[in-house]
Design a protein. Structure first.
Length: 95
């Protein structure tokens, strides 16, 4: 008795293609969804300034982001994280 696996191979190939295409679409859509909140100016926000101070302090003492702050408002969380990331970056001066 001989079995025909040709149909199963085509189904498997179709599933693999759908998986690859689905992950590609999700990856490409991800920056577009995140870009909407990146245009905020948090420089006058109290939580942003707190994040800047703590980011600079952690950078000066060679620490990672060990303080995990959680605020009631999502906007405060985003402002704090933006400030922390800005304060923790390495600044290179080119003369």
């Amino acid at each position: 008795m001989r079995m025909n696996f040709k149909a199963y191979v085509w189904v498997l190939a179709l599933l693999v293609c759908l998986g690859v295409m689905g992950s590609t679409v999700r990856t490409l859509a991800s920056p577009a969804m995140n870009a909407a909140g990146d245009n905020q100016d948090y420089s006058r926000n109290k939580r942003y300034q707190q994040g800047m101070r703590e980011g600079r302090d952690d950078k000066a003492h060679n620490r990672d982001h060990f303080r995990k702050r959680h605020f009631n408002k999502d906007e405060d969380n985003r402002a704090y994280e933006a400030g922390y990331q800005q304060g923790h970056v390495i600044v290179v001066h080119i003369n």
